[in-house]
Design a binder for this molecule. Structure first.
Ligand code: FES
Ligand code: FES
Length: 178
């Protein structure tokens, strides 16, 4: 008679690291092979960052790292510890929405909203570098982020509206309001 044997899977080693997200230092333990997107969504519970293709093609997973757009689905989480990460949850300034968020809402630039976090963050990075971009510059900056709903026109207009009223730098920079 055979004796049933239970084989336990080997304990998986977790990485312990600190991420600086939306100005907060967050300690987290996670599987070391995870992408930055997976760490942000699954371990930090910041689900505003969306996953789409996970192949670097749709732009849905964009976050800002040190103010620059990064496709978090292609980034190894461990490579981004101790860097300043901004997700859409960090775009507002306390109770006050970012000027881009207000413009998107006012002009109907978000429909299903799936692309909106990436659009907002990418546009914010653009406005920090170029506070008064041309339509072509906006189109080019947002060209890596796909939107299936809006036809892009309202998004471009919303970025122009936000540029008119002045930006809101999450880091409280030159063009920002605290
Ligand atoms: S999820 Fe499509 S580029 Fe990252
Ligand atoms: S608003 Fe639906 S994908 Fe852009």
């Amino acid at each position: 008679m055979s004796i049933p044997v239970t084989i336990e899977p080997p304990a998986r080693t977790k990485a312990h690291a600190t991420f600086i997200v939306n100005g907060e230092r967050l300690e987290v333990a996670f599987a070391p092979q995870k992408t930055l997107l997976e760490v942000i969504r699954e371990d930090l519970a910041l689900t505003g960052t969306k996953h789409g293709c996970e192949l670097g093609e749709c732009g849905m997973c964009t976050v800002l790292v040190d103010g620059e757009p990064v496709l978090s689905c292609l980034a190894l989480g461990l490579a981004y510890t101790d860097r300043a990460i901004t997700t859409v949850e960090g775009l507002a300034h306390g109770p006050e929405l970012d000027s881009l968020q207000r413009a998107f809402a006012e002009l109907g630039a978000a429909q299903c909203g799936y692309c909106t976090p990436a659009m907002l963050l990418t546009a914010r990075a653009l406005l920090e570098k170029n506070p008064h971009p041309t339509r072509d510059a906006i189109r080019e900056a947002l060209s890596g982020t796909l939107c299936r709903c809006t036809g892009y026109l309202k998004i471009f207009e919303a970025v122009e509206r936000a540029a008119e009223v002045g930006s809101g730098n999450p880091e409280g920079g030159e063009h920002g309001h605290e």
